[in-house]
Design a protein around this ligand. Structure first.
Ligand code: SF4
Length: 205
């Protein structure tokens, strides 16, 4: 396993272990906290399905190109792992653990299987990545759809961008406060995002 695989596996196992040890009430609180985000992601998925499914399936997935699912190319936030674990069953997560250690394609993302992405709610970076060709074909003569996608991008920040307290930060905190620490906790440990948090906190104090 390379370093990328190792950190993905470590984060997933950490999340599974802690979620498995939570009381029903604690798990219920976490699930309630991600409910708005799940609704949002479901809206975005519906929008992308309507505008991109045919283009991406025909152009990329069927031809096995899957150009946007490149090897070790995606950033997964710790919160992505938590959200996906909360909506997945053990079999789903076992499949992901297996894939991390035994990627189906040596040149593609470790989470890409014959049937597509193994995540039930894929990492937010993946959901919002559109290649130029797909974007031009879908939005070229549909400015309203392009505008809607821009609106979704703005809404996404309310969950992920720490210039104010956001869900992705809370989920990291939940695990940090229980003794977990992961290199995928970018909101707390990446220099850029932690600076944004610090600036926000100093403006509030
Ligand atoms: S996580 Fe899923 S959607 Fe994202 S690059 Fe990997 S296979 Fe593709």
């Amino acid at each position: 396993m390379n370093a990328y695989q190792a950190e993905q596996l470590e984060a997933l196992r950490m999340v599974r272990q802690l979620l498995g040890a939570l009381s029903e009430a604690e798990a219920g609180t976490l699930k309630a906290d991600i409910a708005d985000y799940r609704r949002f992601r479901s809206q975005v998925a519906g929008f992308l399905d309507a505008h991109f499914k045919d283009i991406c399936t025909e152009k990329c997935f069927s031809s096995r190109l899957s150009a946007c699912c490149s090897k070790n190319g995606i950033i997964t936030f710790f919160a992505d792992v938590v959200v996906n674990a909360l909506v997945s069953d053990d079999e789903d997560l076992d499949r992901i653990e297996w894939a991390i250690q035994n990627p189906a394609n040596a040149f593609k993302c470790i989470f890409l299987s014959e049937g597509g992405c193994l995540w039930r709610i894929k990492p937010v970076v993946c959901e919002f990545f559109l290649c130029d060709e797909a974007e031009n074909r879908a939005f070229g003569d549909n400015p309203e759809a392009k505008k809607q996608f821009e609106v979704f991008k703005e809404i996404k920040k309310h969950f992920t961008w720490p210039d104010k307290p956001v869900l992705f930060e809370r989920l990291e905190e939940f695990f940090l406060s229980r003794g977990c620490r992961s290199s995928l906790m970018y909101i707390h440990f990446s220099p850029g995002l932690s600076r944004i948090r610090q600036n926000r906190n100093s403006a509030l104090s």
